[in-house]
Design a protein around this ligand. Structure first.
Ligand code: SF4
Length: 282
């Protein structure tokens, strides 16, 4: 379709979180074939801007136009042209064929983004023997750092209890269940007659969430982290590259384990600062 304006155009964009303005009166455009950089210090609102463009955050003011058409209010998967469901299912089938079990489907439920799909995910356990795990949105992003003490200010946050009640209202009482392996902080349930199970992971609303944690994480660049939400890491790759033997690696793992915190302490403002969730393998 022909249009005479810019390829992408933001006009008068405003976005605030409670009383905190992340964006105010932002105008920006990019034309076809152009490379545009957005530069600013931490907290300048760069991430918020991209989240507004991609539809993760609805703007409070202004408009986002792509090829002359407003894209405000469209679902993120329509904006980014994702939604390749068949690719996802092929990946899951490949995991099954490789003998990976259990198959875990993690779902971070976000209001006005995918909260209307929670029931479909729960229903899928009637036919599929997988584990659907609903995870509360954690306030990782810079602009939400001040909001954890009042979860109503964490944009998109949906508490576990709300999802659980929605499922029980529509599909019946969830009976407590067990997973095949790895208990950790998830709580598991089953719908009557279902093949699969449903888990809830509630780092924000569950006060004793970390008490049953049995996890450490190995990042893609060879660091082992004793907790998802702390920045402490032990560099196992450096140990190996430095000629360390199995015993040295074992010592590295134990050194990380000894610093495992008793809890994530998010409500005291603790955050991982060096890496985002996708860089950790949450
Ligand atoms: S926040 Fe840390 S301690 Fe708590 S469950 Fe997650 S990894 Fe375990």
């Amino acid at each position: 379709m022909r249009h005479d304006g810019h390829l992408l155009e933001l006009t008068g964009i405003g976005k605030h979180f409670g009383g905190l303005y992340a964006l105010s009166g932002l105008d920006l455009y990019a034309d076809e074939g152009e490379i545009v950089s957005v530069i600013g210090p931490n907290g300048a609102g760069k991430s918020t801007m991209f989240n507004v463009v991609t539809g993760l955050y609805p703007p409070d003011d202004g408009d986002v136009r792509f090829r002359g058409e407003s894209i405000v209010g469209l679902a993120p998967n329509r904006i980014t042209r994702l939604g390749r469901y068949s690719d996802v299912m092929e990946g899951i089938d490949a995991a099954r064929a490789a003998g990976l079990s259990p198959i875990k489907i993690n779902v971070v439920v976000m209001r006005q983004i995918n909260d209307d799909e929670a029931l479909d995910f729960a229903r899928s356990t009637y036919e599929q023997d997988w584990e659907v795990r609903f995870i509360e949105l954690m306030p990782f992003l810079e602009e939400q750092e001040t909001c954890i003490k009042d979860t109503s200010l964490v944009l998109g946050f949906v508490p576990t209890e709300e999802i659980k009640q929605q499922i029980e209202r529509e599909l019946g009482i969830l009976e407590p269940s067990q997973t095949k392996m790895g208990h950790g902080p998830a709580r598991y349930f089953k719908l009557p007659g279902a093949k699969g199970i449903i888990g809830f992971i509630s780092p924000v609303t569950e006060s004793h969430f970390c008490e049953t944690c049995n996890r450490m994480r190995l990042t893609a660049d060879g660091k082992i982290r004793p907790c998802l939400l702390t920045d402490h890491e032990v560099d196992l790759k450096a140990i190996l590259r430095g000629g360390g033997d199995d015993e040295a690696v074992r010592e590295g793992i134990l050194a990380a384990l000894r610093t495992k915190p008793d809890a994530h302490h998010m409500s005291d403002g603790n955050r991982p600062r060096w890496r985002k969730m996708i860089q950790i393998g949450g």
